[in-house]
Design a protein around this ligand. Structure first.
Ligand SMILES: [Zn+2]
Length: 301
């Protein structure tokens, strides 16, 4: 297997989920062994922020990386789309702190990368491997992620939020070739109560959430629903059977578990190189994912 990059520049614009900033991402081809790097073109000197786990500075609402105090928020969906496109080397210009959320999936980014064209490079691709099974366990969250040595890559994710509307569910990716169709369109989701808290603390800017999946656990007074709906520019608002806000429907019955798988693929790209092995995760999240990546690095073959 050879390393790959894109054949020409490709750009995407939109609004960041948490900052509400409008921004543009431009992917540029990069030489072999370059890896995935961001370049903050809006900051003096256009500093580079490498997509590596040692640069993770925050995992509270997405994975944020920083180098020399310069941040790039919510990198996981970009990294997942690069993995899905099988791209090793790329320089990503970004003109704000947070990349556009788009529909909360990796679908459009992956499509953009593929439209630019993917090309093999001279250099061989090196795959990482673990010596023995590696497990990360977080007793408080109840999260557990394991990778077992293998000659191929596959991933299985199970979630359980102790919720009546978001039932325990799992998702499987047997081959990265299935990522585009099975995983990349799966959107991020949020519980209504969590959404209210985020809005109240100004941690999320409305308007761009028109396609997000919102699970409503408890009975919510109509006035409260309308107030939130207004913030998100939704006209009439109600709740589907199954507890989902009626601005959208699920692409897959287990779309939330598939999205968690997407996030884990993206966070594991912070290893810097693709890895072989079988990954099994229960209740993954960005904190656990990135701690898991660090543990893998300590146990590489
Ligand atoms: Zn995500």
């Amino acid at each position: 297997m050879k390393q790959k990059t894109i054949t020409k520049d490709v750009s995407l614009s939109g609004t960041g989920l948490h900052t509400g900033q409008k921004g543009t991402l431009t992917f540029h081809p990069a030489e072999a062994n370059h890896g995935i790097k961001f370049r903050r073109v809006d900051v003096e000197g256009m500093p580079i922020v490498e997509a590596r786990v040692e640069n993770v500075v925050d995992t509270s609402r997405g994975t944020t990386i920083a180098q020399n105090g310069v941040r790039v928020y919510t990198v996981e969906h970009i990294l997942a789309s690069l993995r899905g496109a099988d791209v090793d080397n790329v320089l990503i210009d970004i003109d704000c702190e947070e990349p556009p959320i788009q529909d909360g999936s990796a679908k459009y980014m992956l499509a953009a990368l593929k439209s630019a064209g993917i090309v093999e490079q001279e250099a061989e691709r090196e795959y990482l491997r673990v010596k023995t099974p590696v497990t990360y366990f977080h007793p408080k969250i109840g999260c557990e992620i394991t990778i077992k040595p293998a000659d191929d890559f596959r991933m299985e994710v199970e979630v359980d939020y102790n919720s009546q509307v978001l039932k325990p569910q799992s998702a499987v990716l047997k081959n990265m070739a299935d990522f585009e169709k099975e995983i990349s369109p799966c959107r991020t989701f949020v519980f209504f109560q969590e959404l209210e808290m985020l809005l109240k603390h100004n941690l999320i800017k409305g308007g761009d959430l028109s396609t997000a999946i919102v699970f409503v656990e408890d009975v919510v007074p109509a006035g409260e629903l309308q107030r939130v709906a207004k913030l998100f520019n939704m006209e009439s608002v109600g709740i589907h059977q199954g507890g989902i806000l009626n601005n959208t429907t699920l692409h897959f019955e287990n779309e939330p578990a598939r999205h968690k798988l997407l996030d884990l693929i993206g966070d594991m790209a912070l290893l810097g190189k693709p890895i072989l092995g079988h990954v099994k995760a229960f209740k993954p999240g960005h904190l656990a994912n990135t701690e898991f990546v660090k543990l893998i690095i300590d146990n590489l073959e």
